[in-house]
Write a new protein. Structure first.
Length: 279
């Protein structure tokens, strides 16, 4: 390959990589991140977005260049050159995708493992080790634990005891029960900065608990209690969506998670407690 051509290819590749990295780190297509584990997932998304941008721009630029550079000229009715094989080129276009796929696979596996995805179903001791510093109740909870990213993947360290909430999914609603406060609600209310542990079960068919701002989505399966843990970091009201087709009114199976500051959450507990005193 002539030096001039090699330098042009190197410059174009460098520009393509830099553009992909800039787009991945500066173009935000995700909703607000409102949980401590969200930055971990967002970092993976940025990597995938950067790689996707490089591939998309590289392929489009190459196609457009080829359309003009190798187009049939007016009055030219001859056949094209009979080119068969190019070993260096074939090695390059095989090696680069292989390296990219291997990197993405290892990176994704690391995050999946920290979520508890590789823990055997009902292996409670391993789940305790994988999840974020749960209470003794965690070891007694059946099912799979998701969302418990370790401290290295958090933007804010959780504080305080774990808040347990029992979640019942049914056609077509989520019901939230607070066993410690004996409160049942159609909305999930949690404080900022405190680990929350959702003990989820389905009464009829498969549902899915999805909060986009928390980067959490977990199937809720009949006969298989599931534990989902998270720590909310930003006060606000965020939608809870059933992301599994569960029947004719699936689209209306929605609720909200209301994230309070600690003082406001205590006030909500006091206001809704069945044992509250009135003056």
């Amino acid at each position: 390959m002539p030096i001039r051509t090699a330098l042009a290819v190197l410059a174009a590749t460098t520009a393509l990589v830099l553009t992909g990295l800039w787009v991945g780190n500066n173009v935000n297509m995700l909703p607000l991140d409102a949980s401590s584990n969200a930055p971990t997932y967002d970092a993976l998304f940025k990597v995938l977005f950067s790689i996707g941008t490089m591939l998309f721009l590289g392929i489009v630029i190459l196609l457009v260049y080829s359309m003009f550079r190798f187009r049939r000229r007016a009055g030219d009715f001859s056949d094209g050159l009979a080119i068969e094989g190019n070993l260096p080129l074939e090695i390059v276009w095989t090696a680069i995708p292989a390296i990219v796929v291997l990197f993405v696979g290892i990176y994704s596996y690391d995050i999946y493992e920290r979520m508890g995805g590789m823990v055997a179903l009902n292996d409670h001791s391993a789940m305790d080790h994988m999840a974020m510093d749960h209470s003794v109740q965690q070891a007694q909870a059946p099912g799979r634990v998701w969302g418990g990213i370790g401290a290295a993947g958090m933007d804010a360290a959780p504080g305080g005891p774990v808040l347990p909430v029992e979640v019942t999914a049914m056609q077509f609603a989520f019901i939230f029960h607070y066993p410690d406060a004996q409160i049942t609600s159609g909305e999930l209310h949690v404080p900022t900065g405190q680990p929350v542990e959702l003990h989820m079960e389905a009464r009829d068919v498969i549902h899915a608990f999805w909060v986009p701002q928390f980067r959490l989505k977990q199937d809720v399966i009949p006969g298989q209690p599931t534990v989902l843990s998270f720590t909310a970091t930003k006060a606000g009201t965020y939608p809870i969506v059933c992301a599994e087709l569960c029947g004719p009114y699936h689209g209306g199976m929605r609720s909200n998670v209301v994230v309070h500051e600690p003082e406001a959450y205590d006030a909500w507990l006091q206001q809704n407690s069945p044992n509250r005193t009135t003056t």
